[in-house]
Design a protein around this ligand. Structure first.
Ligand code: GLV
Ligand code: MN
Ligand code: MN
Length: 388
């Protein structure tokens, strides 16, 4: 491990702590798309980008872009990125670690002449917490927002973030693993093979609200009982499926739930398997509705197919990571899935404690961050030799 990487990793850890305090909630870390906390985070990270010698811009989709131009003006652009939005009550590394590693790569390579422009991007919406549709920032940049996304979001002008993707030479993303495999095999970093596809569904059962004390159990049309059946059905689909939100609308402890809304998040690296599971869940929901006398609302909010990483760029990352680095699929979504539609992408995973993520206890080791920095910087240098 290089000594530069060790001191830069220490700086990354301190910055993750500082950024982890930029939140829209007092008691925990929550930073959603276009929130004032995100704008503050962009300001702070932007100042670190400037310190590293980059010019900085926030685009119309709230993506933060730091740029280190090549002397060759007609050069293409290599991007290193991840996201600066978070889930609710988040850990401080999911997303920010990749952005801060990108800035550290720029610092580590200071003074080197690169045959491409180097950009570090902090995307604004990988989690999809605000509208339940993920990747608004990276899709806006790549011109991949659909009309119904633009209709759904309140922030106007986001589509102006679109860039000419022909200028993109490669996209690299580092991210905490968010799972326990690297810890299990005692390896600091892993190389991603594919990012699993995902479907996000918003659904609701509508029954009849009524008196919780006077209505016999067999004469109820309880919407939450229907939703509860779907939680258990999701558990048995044979793919990765989660009901992450469930709400009784207008409920009270002495009122039979009249409307229960819930979300479904369904994932698999095999797209056909994921689609079949979603079809099966839809059928089960219809049968539950029929049997319980409920109405059903069902909306597929977003579908993202499995994204394979680019073979050439991945092998370059694997060489930089060394023979011990594990090749592994990602069950979590990443902006790299979107970027893979417009340019070659590769991803590096960093071991995290206990595989814990989407939780304030997220934790990474400084020495693993230093190892990841050496790998990323090595891959960028190798890329510069190939394109020099
Ligand atoms: C992002 O973290 C996702 O995979 O939901
Ligand atoms: Mn993430
Ligand atoms: Mn996440």
């Amino acid at each position: 491990m290089s000594s530069a990487a060790v001191s830069l990793a220490r700086q990354i850890m301190r910055r993750c702590d500082e950024l982890g305090r930029v939140s829209e909630e007092k008691s925990c870390l929550t930073r959603t798309f276009a929130s004032s906390a995100m704008k503050r985070a962009n300001k702070l990270v932007g100042s670190w980008m400037r310190q590293a010698g980059m010019s900085v811009q926030e685009d119309a989709a709230f993506n933060l872009i730091g740029r280190l131009p090549s002397a060759k003006r007609s050069a293409k652009t290599v991007m290193i990125g991840s996201h600066l939005d978070t889930v609710r009550n988040a850990g401080k590394y999911d997303g920010p670690l990749g952005v801060l590693l990108g800035i550290a790569v720029v610092e580590k390579l200071r003074g080197k002449k690169l045959p491409f422009h180097l950009e570090v991007v902090g995307f604004s919406d990988e989690e999809g917490v605000k509208y339940q549709t993920t990747y608004l920032g990276s899709r806006a940049m790549c011109g991949l927002l659909a009309a119904n996304d633009l209709g759904r979001i309140r922030e106007k002008g986001v589509a102006r973030a679109q860039r000419s993707t022909r200028e993109f030479l490669a996209y690299l993303e580092a991210h905490i693993e968010q799972g326990p495999v690297l810890e299990h095999v005692r390896t600091p970093v892993g190389v991603v093979s594919d990012i699993a596809g995902q479907t996000r569904i918003r659904a609701a059962f509508i029954g009849r609200a009524g008196h919780a004390g006077t209505t016999p159990m067999n004469l109820r049309r309880d919407a939450l009982c229907g939703a509860a059946e779907m939680v258990l059905a999701a558990e048995k689909t044979g793919v990765i499926a989660t009901v992450g939100q469930c709400a009784v609308e207008g409920g009270a402890s002495n009122v039979i739930p009249g409307r229960a809304s819930f979300t479904l998040d369904v994932r698999d690296v095999k797209d056909a398997k994921r689609r079949a599971a979603c079809g099966k869940l839809r059928k089960i929901a219809s049968a539950v509705a029929k049997r319980r006398g409920l109405a059903l609302e069902w909306e597929i909010v977003q579908e993202t197919p499995t994204a394979p990483m680019d073979a050439g760029l991945t092998s370059l990352l694997r060489r930089a990571a060394g023979p011990k680095a594990r090749s592994m699929p990602s069950g979590a979504g990443h902006d790299a899935a979107v970027m893979s539609k417009v340019c070659p992408v590769a991803m590096l995973f960093v071991r995290c404690k206990g595989g814990i993520s989407h939780h304030p206890d997220e934790s990474v080791k400084e020495s693993d961050v230093a190892a990841a920095l050496d790998v990323l910087a090595g891959a960028v240098l190798e890329l510069s030799k190939r394109h020099g």
